[in-house]
Design a protein around this ligand. Structure first.
Ligand SMILES: [Zn+2]
Length: 82
């Protein structure tokens, strides 16, 4: 399988999928079987797993996190990329 984004080689792997919650938070689903582009990192999640993740997102109040991580939030000065 070739990447639809860049044409790079897509490999079977276990990856993390980050899903945005309506409340502005995120949930990260770890060790999801997927195909990932070696070149650009584009993720191709099998339909069965996309469904599973969708289901877990709808029932996220009942999920038990295996860990809680802190995520740095950076607001760069407007001239940071000048
Ligand atoms: Zn790619």
């Amino acid at each position: 399988m070739k990447c639809f984004e860049c044409g790079g080689e897509v490999l079977k792997t276990l990856g993390a999928v980050k899903m945005a919650c309506p409340d502005g938070g995120f949930i990260i689903f770890k060790d999801i079987p997927m195909n990932q582009c070696r070149q650009c990192g584009e993720q191709y999640i099998p339909g069965k797993w996309a469904e599973k993740i969708g289901f877990m997102m709808r029932n996220r109040e009942s999920l038990t996190p295996s860990e809680i991580i802190q995520v740095p939030v950076v607001t760069p000065a407007s001239d940071a990329c000048a």
